[in-house]
Design a protein around this ligand. Structure first.
Ligand code: ADP
Ligand code: MG
Length: 237
């Protein structure tokens, strides 16, 4: 009987060991920079949500991501962390211009993303700007050239691409589409296509997140995704 118990305990510990080694649970188990960890700690983010645990290791590795998880599941950090980490690791600075572009279908969501970015990016010196309609366009214009990360709504961003002479998007390393299904739908189609024409296709990493999985082949072709990783989190019962 004792042997039986010992075997059972052994099996259980083996199980626990293998599951913790295959799936990371906490932010401090990821290979993140100290500066990012400071920002996460300040906001009391310790354990990753499912979509974060599944997608961040892949996006940190440079993969294109098609992520799907319900509203409230923590998609914002799932794309902001890889964006900050990549620019920091590439030693992105004031003279390097725009390195990452985050598109959101609405002003309200863009503002929310920007606020999270400011909180978790607090220890970093990467500059970030918000480009949304309804604000003074000249004021926005003057700041654009200095920004490393922009959080933008599609219409306003395109306006700047068309009108702001020294707005250089040829160096963009990462493109994020939040609420990707809404960004890619009919109403935004032409705007998104025009924005994509101004971005580099080679070497760019693209992260798409939404509540539903975007698998339309046409969309994936438009975005020039390279062997994207599909990451979906389904609600249990
Ligand atoms: P989604 O974009 O999927 O709708 P959000 O990114 O807006 O979700 O996150 C929803 C809420 O969950 C926010 O209040 C956010 O601060 C919180 N949150 C996100 N990630 C974590 C985490 N790892 N630990 C604790 N709270 C988190
Ligand atoms: Mg969201």
């Amino acid at each position: 009987r004792r042997t039986e118990e010992m075997m059972k305990a052994y099996d259980e510990s083996k199980k626990a060991g293998s599951s913790s080694s295959t799936k990371l649970k906490r932010f401090d188990e990821l290979p993140l920079t100290k500066k990012t960890m400071i920002g996460l700690k300040k906001s009391s983010y310790v354990e990753m949500t499912d979509i974060q645990a599944k997608s961040i290791p892949l996006s940190l590795g440079g993969r294109d991501i098609l992520g799907a998880a319900r509203t409230g599941s923590g998609k914002t950090l799932a794309f902001l962390i890889p964006v900050i980490e990549r620019l920091y690791k590439e030693k992105w600075g004031p003279g390097d211009g725009l390195g990452a572009l985050i598109l959101s279908p609405t002003r309200e969501l863009a503002i929310q993303i920007f606020e999270v970015l400011r909180r978790i990016g607090t220890a970093h010196s990467i500059s970030a700007g918000l480009v949304i309609g309804g604000k003074d366009v000249t004021q926005e214009k003057n700041r654009l050239g200095r920004m490393n990360i922009l959080v933008a709504t599609p219409g306003r961003l395109l306006q700047h691409m068309d009108q702001t002479v020294d707005f250089d998007t040829s160096n963009v390393q990462m493109l994020v589409l939040d609420e990707a299904d809404r960004c890619l739908d009919m109403g935004f189609q032409n705007t998104i296509d025009a924005i994509l024409e101004n971005l580099p296709k080679q070497g760019r990493q693209t992260l798409l997140f939404s509540a539903t999985q975007t698998k339309r082949v046409k969309d994936l072709a438009r975005l020039s995704l390279s062997s994207p990783e599909y990451v979906a989190v389904h609600d249990e019962d």
